[in-house]
Design a protein. Sequence first.
Length: 293
Amino acid sequence: MVLEIKKVGVIGAGQMGNGIAHVCALAGYDVALNDISTDRIQSGLATINGNLTRQVSKEIIKEEERVAALERIKAADSMDQLADVDLVIESAVENEQVKRKIFAQLCPLLKPEAILATNTSSISITRLAASTDRPERFIGIHFMNPVPLMELIELVRGIATEDETFELAKEFTRRLGKTTAVSEDFPAFMVNRILLPMINEAIYTLYEGVGSVEAIDTAMRLGANHPMGPLQLADFIGLDTCLSIMQVLYEGLADSKYRPCPLLVKYVEAGWLGRKTQRGFYDYRGETPVPTR
Ligand SMILES: CC(=O)CC(=O)SCCNC(=O)CCNC(=O)[C@H](O)C(C)(C)COP(=O)(O)OP(=O)(O)OC[C@H]1O[C@@H](n2cnc3c(N)ncnc32)[C@H](O)[C@@H]1OP(=O)(O)O
Ligand SMILES: NC(=O)C1=CN([C@@H]2O[C@H](COP(=O)(O)OP(=O)(O)OC[C@H]3O[C@@H](n4cnc5c(N)ncnc54)[C@H](OP(=O)(O)O)[C@@H]3O)[C@@H](O)[C@H]2O)C=CC1
């Protein structure tokens, strides 16, 4: 089943989904952007326009490219509008039940040869693939945040992913101008297997009173040359996503070293999910972020 990818469907118009739609459209793919509500799609489109405009003002792209990219992205208010896509990239919340429900609704609508990819940060590709009608044509294409700026994509094959699916995904990421690193299908793959325990440890460092939010972030920015401190990065990723990844690591590897910090749990229970809700380890409601502890 040789396939040429021309049209991409993106499910989830949040920070990752809108970034994925952005880079696909700039690379010349037609894009159908879906989310559970029209409002979410519209706010995703507005973010894409803002980020494209910033790229124009920084002379990374031309104004004509901004206009052309925006024209290539269509709002898909219902999943039926994804029926003619060649590749779907699912980027809804990091929750296995939600993802499975999406695939159950989506698969009967897709062309048999269409490739189904997930941008999951941590969940087993093999297990997600097994819940669909096309495990051979299922793959993990894991983008990094912020998508337009980060060079890496992790490619993760499930046990049944066929070679053609892998090659098509590789060619797709090449056309996006990204570099790939291939990971085996184990909890949280490579980047998050290493990054998230570091972030979780930073939260323990705060929880145990070793340092304040500002001290911990300053320590890692200036002491280890990280572009963002770990707590700032946790807020940037989303604390709900951080907690989900830690839970997948904890359960999937059955090792207590991955237990999520209770303070992370508390923030998520409060609905303080980081930048996307304006409050996390920092409060973003004013002009400059203020630490919440
Ligand atoms: C959880 C997972 O599954 C996997 C993951 O993604 S883990 C997270 C991986 N990502 C990281 O670790 C990011 C770490 N941070 C960084 O590398 C940098 O801080 C950064 C690249 C995000 C920004 O770099 P910076 O030079 O400090 O930022 P900043 O000056 O604000 O932005 C530079 C430009 O980036 C662009 N930019 C920033 N945020 C952006 C976004 N969300 N989307 C698109 N473009 C963005 C803008 O063009 C911005 O220009 P302006 O100054 O006009 O705003
Ligand atoms: N944040 C990050 O740094 C990274 C995240 N990822 C992964 O990308 C995925 C998305 O994360 P991110 O963009 O940060 O999350 P966000 O919370 O920003 O966005 C998720 C979007 O999916 C929507 N959504 C929820 N349920 C459904 C559904 N049934 N159908 C369609 N859309 C739905 C949400 O709507 P609503 O808000 O209304 O629920 C929201 O708009 C996750 O799997 C995450 O692990 C991968 C790399 C990096």
